[in-house]
Design a protein around this ligand. Structure first.
Ligand SMILES: [Fe+2]
Length: 360
């Protein structure tokens, strides 16, 4: 069975928030804005959103406590704030952290549940969500996934709900212009990882490949300009959303679940963790499932796996070194991740250790 489900309306272009002000009133009279401390202000996105809401006579409150790699506890607090305020809908402004947090906030706002119940059955539909991405990478604006930090398990863990898809994603490339180079590299690597993992897993289908191959075609052309310091933000946002649409249908595989441990224990930014692990993963793919790697290379426009890995390595702004003990500990933990079963071959703990060991 195959299914195409992409319920997010995507609007792309400079000034798209203010130009589409009338769309906001469809969602109610009270909004809860979810964001972090700085980028929403710096990019001008927060001012655009608040001015738009005011013009539409929509009241709002702001929850700006979302940290990098947000915790379930933070999202629970945001949910209580949205609930107490009587918010009709939620607006996320930011990269993956605020967007993922907003999905949990929207669920906590409509359900009386304890923080960890987010990983059980979510009884009532979350509040409607609108998203304004400030990076091109996460794809969270077009997926139902929310990846949160759970201290109890010392790792990141995802939940999803069919109603957690953003109703509208406003993609304004102007908001990305002040991105630091390292964040641009990390988030571009994340988008690339989504497209690659979507094409290299058991759930890959003709439907998901429409998005993933298109994302790779764009990224193959865009990444050299990112590395050269001349990024095309509009095309990057588009490519990143295409990659997000691909994983909305397939999920990610071991690169992501292995990367979560680098983020949790070693504070490596999410996209960089993927970029660090991708070469080891791709070389194993070439060994176990070479026929699946050929269309990946063709879509990206790379002659060989080594050439693709060379480009990925250029997106790593700062290397990470692991100790032998970390390699062993992380591999032991990562092999129990639920998406290991979606890998194209039965990956072993030793193989995961060999991927981590490329960072020794
Ligand atoms: Fe990701």
């Amino acid at each position: 069975m195959k299914e195409l489900f992409m319920p997010t309306r995507v609007i792309l272009g400079k000034g798209c928030v203010k130009e589409n002000a009338s769309l906001f009133a469809e969602f109610g009279q009270k909004a809860c804005i979810i964001t972090g401390k700085t980028s929403a202000q710096k990019s001008g996105a927060l001012a655009d959103i608040t001015e738009t809401l005011t013009s539409q006579h929509i009241a709002y409150t702001i929850f700006d406590e979302v940290e990098n790699n947000p915790s379930v506890a933070t999202c629970f607090r945001g949910g209580q704030k949205a609930k107490a305020y009587g918010a009709d809908f939620v607006i996320a402004i930011g990269g993956g952290s605020p967007m993922d947090a907003a999905k949990a906030v929207a669920a906590f706002a409509t359900n009386d549940m304890a923080p960890m119940d987010i990983y059980g059955t979510i009884k009532k539909n979350p509040l409607p969500l609108l998203t304004v991405p400030l990076t091109a990478g996460t794809g969270s604006e077009v997926t139902p996934y929310s990846v949160l930090t759970v201290e109890e398990i010392e790792n990141k863990k995802s939940f999803s709900h069919p109603e957690s898809f953003s109703k509208i994603a406003f993609l304004d490339p102007g908001y990305l212009e002040s991105l630091p180079r390292s964040v641009l590299f990390d988030t571009t690597a994340d988008a690339l990882s989504h497209a690659l993992e979507s094409m290299l897993c058991k759930r890959t289908s003709d439907i998901s490949n429409v998005y993933a191959e298109a994302a790779l075609r764009h990224l193959g052309k865009l990444i050299p300009d990112v590395i050269a310091g001349k990024p095309d933000f509009e095309k990057l946002l588009f490519a990143s959303s295409l990659a997000g649409m691909a994983i909305a249908h397939t999920g990610t595989v071991v690169v992501h679940s292995m990367g979560y441990l680098l983020t949790y224990y070693n504070n490596v930014p999410h996209g960089r963790a993927n970029a660090l692990l991708l070469p080891g993963f791709l070389k194993l793919c070439a060994k176990h499932v070479p026929a699946r790697v050929t269309p990946v290379l063709k879509a990206f426009g790379a002659e060989t796996v080594e050439a693709l890995c060379g480009i990925i390595s250029q997106l790593v702004d700062e290397p990470v070194l692991l100790t032998e003990k970390e390699v062993k500990t992380f591999a032991k933990k990562a092999i129990s991740a639920k998406n290991v079963s979606q890998n194209l071959w039965q990956i072993s703990e030793a193989e995961e250790a060999s991927i981590y060991a490329t960072l020794q």
